[in-house]
Structures are given as C-alpha cells and as structure tokens.
Design a protein around this ligand. Structure first.
Ligand SMILES: [Mn+2]
Length: 345
C-alpha cells in the first residue's frame, strides 16, 4: 500500500493586479496574469498527486491571500483551484484535508475562516485534532498566535502523535526577506512536522516547510523563494521536497540587456530602469511585466533597497517609499483611495 502524504501550503490566492494602481502587465492580461500563474501552480500540485499517488493530501494553511482581498475573480480562481485538487484526489482515490493559516482567519473569536466554504467538499479541520490512519497518528494544528499556548499545545501533541502538521513559525527559520525568526517555538519537537507559514522551502530540525507555491516577491534571480509540495512517507518517515517548476518566476530587471537572456514563458518582469517606457515596451513585448518609472522630481535619486525588494502585495508600501519624501499629499490621497480595499498584513 502507498503510505505517502502530500503536503502543500501558502498558495495565497489573490488578484494582485487589481490593487496595483500603475500595474502595466501587458498582453491584455493585467488583472488575470497573476491568477494564470496561480492556476499553473495548482496544475503542478495536481500532477504531483497523480504521479505520487498519496494516501492523503493535506493543505497546511494560507489559501486566500487575505480575507478582505477576495474579489469575484480571485474567488472564482479559488474554486477552480480547489476543484483541481479534488479531481486529482478522486483520480488516485485519496482524501484531501485542509486547515487554516493566519491569512485565512476572518474572526478568531468565532473561528470563521475564508476556507470554511470548502467544508462540505473536503475534510476541513477548523481546530486542533488528532487523526488516526491505520494506527498512524497525525496531529493537525491550525494557525495559533505564537505564544505560550501554542508552545504547550505543540508539546502536548508531540507526545501523542507520529507526525504533526501545522501553520506556525519556528525559531531559526529564514523568511523570504532573509530575516531569521526569533519565535519562541523550537523546531526540536521529537516528531516530524510539516508546516505552512514560512515561504521558503526548507527544513529546520524536525520541521519542514512546504514553502509558498510561487514567489511572493520579485527576486534577484529566478530561483529564489520558490516552494512546492512535500512528500512524507509514513513507513520510512522520509521527507522529500519538490519545488514548483511550472509557475512563472518574478524577476527584477535593472538592465534591459538582461531581458534577452530570459524566457518569456518562465518569468514575469519587474522593470526598474532609467530607460523610458517606450523602450521598455519594445524590449519586453513578449513578457508579462510591471514597469515602475523613476521619479521625475529627483532624477538622480537612487532607489533604496527596501523599495526594489518590496513584495507584490504591499502596494501602499511601494507607493510610500516611492513618493513619501517628495509628495506627502499624494500619499494621503492614495491612502484615501485604498482605505477599505485591503488591510495591511
Ligand atoms: Mn503564508
């Protein structure tokens, strides 16, 4: 019998383009380019399910990007993606379990999450639970605030189970930004643990992170920050990480000559260059790209590293670092336009 469990997490389904005011993704795909990339990621997961024929598939948190960034388009994509996983699970005859990450939580008090809508079509696990598969015990621990309670819940659970799956950040883990977590949760649990939350695929003592399914930031090169799926073998207890090679990568470009070396089917560009927009459009015409013009008010001003490193989903921060010093009125206006559209996380 095949006793593998396939894990994935941090898919952050969203419609990024809709809240980037200067979004210039070309090929008439401004609003949908991101969703296409997400769907490619789900095709990758489906293909891994069919290839590895697991006994069980577990989603380990952060399905929607934020509960209040859900739009008709992203919800439609979310439903399609969920169906893709269910279809693959049906094909191989395995179960699909889901639990929440912090991005899925709408109300902690009432335990309402944005993935609760799927509770009739898969095994949705809203709170801490121990599940038994032919004597193999799996402890499921949806996201908890990282505090003493999480610490004691984890240590109680690790004495009772063969495997833990959770959505927590453990001390020593490296974030996408390169920052090292100072969480009070030690990754030394005594039992293997597969977790969501940290977006870099990686292993720290007993904890293995699936990583985010695709990049959430534009990177220096096209291999940074990519996660994928994790396979756990219930017999050998061996863990294997398989990166997503199907979704596009987000690549930062400072020199347009660099673009010629890249494959338009594999990358989305963030063009940061002094060249004018027309030249950018000519060089990048085969690509999906986002062009961010240099400020005209202070030509020689260098972009600071925070700015070019800013993640896709924080347009307010991008905007702030771009104009704050020079045009505080524009920041106020932008705040007003954006208020109520999303919450900073
Ligand atoms: Mn996440």
């Amino acid at each position: 019998m095949n006793d593998k469990i396939l894990f994935f997490s941090d898919v952050h389904i969203r419609e990024t383009g809709s809240f980037l005011p200067w979004n210039q993704v070309v090929n008439g795909r401004g609003l949908t380019g991101e969703i296409e990339n997400i769907m490619k990621g789900f095709k990758f997961i489906s293909s891994q399910i069919v290839e590895h024929q697991p006994r069980l598939v577990i989603f380990a948190g952060d399905w929607h990007h934020t509960t209040d960034s859900i739009t008709t388009m992203s919800l439609y994509a979310s439903g399609l993606c969920h169906s893709m996983i269910l279809d693959a699970c049906e094909e191989v005859g395995c179960e699909f379990w889901m639990f929440s990450g912090q991005h899925d939580i709408y109300s902690e008090i009432y335990n309402i999450t944005s993935i609760g809508v799927f509770s009739r079509s898969c095994k949705y696990i809203p709170t801490e639970k121990i599940k038994d598969i032919d004597g193999f015990k799996i402890g499921i621990l949806p996201y908890l605030s990282c505090n003493e309670l999480a610490l004691s819940t984890l240590s109680d659970m690790s004495c009772k189970v063969d495997l833990i799956s959770t959505h927590l950040n453990f001390g020593g883990s490296v974030f996408e930004s390169g920052k090292v977590s100072d969480s009070i949760l030690s990754p030394k649990l005594g039992v293997p643990c597969v977790s969501g939350d940290i977006h870099r695929q990686g292993a720290y003592q007993d904890v293995t992170y699936c990583g985010s399914l695709y990049q959430n930031k534009f990177a220096q090169d096209n291999t940074d920050h990519v996660g994928g799926v994790v396979l756990f073998d219930m017999n050998s207890k061996k863990i294997k990480s398989i990166p997503n090679t199907v979704s596009k990568h987000y690549v930062r470009v400072k020199d347009l000559k660099q673009v010629k070396k890249l494959d338009p089917d594999k990358v989305v560009l963030q063009v940061v260059t002094s060249d004018d927009k027309e030249e950018v459009s000519n060089v990048c015409e085969d690509f999906e790209y986002m062009f961010i013009p240099r400020p005209t008010f202070e030509e020689e001003k260098e972009f600071d590293e925070d700015y070019v490193d800013t993640s896709l989903q924080t347009p307010k921060e991008i905007f702030r670092s771009y104009v704050e010093d020079d045009n505080p009125e524009a920041v106020k206006l932008f705040d007003r336009v954006m208020s109520g559209k999303r919450r900073d996380k």
